[in-house]
Design a protein around this ligand. Structure first.
Ligand SMILES: [Zn+2]
Length: 91
C-alpha cells in the first residue's frame, strides 16, 4: 500500500503503527489549526476536535504498546521509533 511503512514481518505491528501515525498526524493538524482560529466559538469547536484527535491517538498508541508487550515485538522498537523520527533505513 502506498505510504504504508513496513516493519520486519509483523503485519499487526505495521498496521498498528501506521494507524498511530495517522492519528498523530490528525492530532497535529487539529492542534495547528487552533493557532489560526479567530472567534471564541470556532476555537471551542477546533479545541474539541483536537481533544478527540488526542484521545484517538492515545488509544492507538496504547493498542500498539499492548501488542508489543504481548507479541514481543519490542526488539524492533528502536528501529520503529527511528522510523517515526523520519529516518529511512534501506536494507
Ligand atoms: Zn507483533
Amino acid at each position: 500500500m502506498e505510504g504504508m511503512a513496513q516493519f520486519a514481518n509483523c503485519s499487526d505491528l505495521t498496521v498498528l503503527l501506521n494507524r498511530m501515525h495517522t492519528d498523530l498526524e490528525v492530532y497535529c493538524e487539529a492542534v495547528a489549526e487552533l493557532s489560526h482560529i479567530g472567534g471564541a466559538r470556532t476555537l471551542n469547536v477546533a479545541y474539541e476536535r483536537s481533544e478527540r484527535a488526542r484521545i484517538a491517538f492515545e488509544a492507538a498508541r496504547d493498542r500498539l504498546n499492548a501488542h508489543i508487550a504481548q507479541h514481543g515485538c519490542v526488539a524492533l522498537k528502536s528501529g520503529l521509533m527511528a522510523s517515526f523520527a523520519g529516518e529511512k533505513e534501506d536494507s
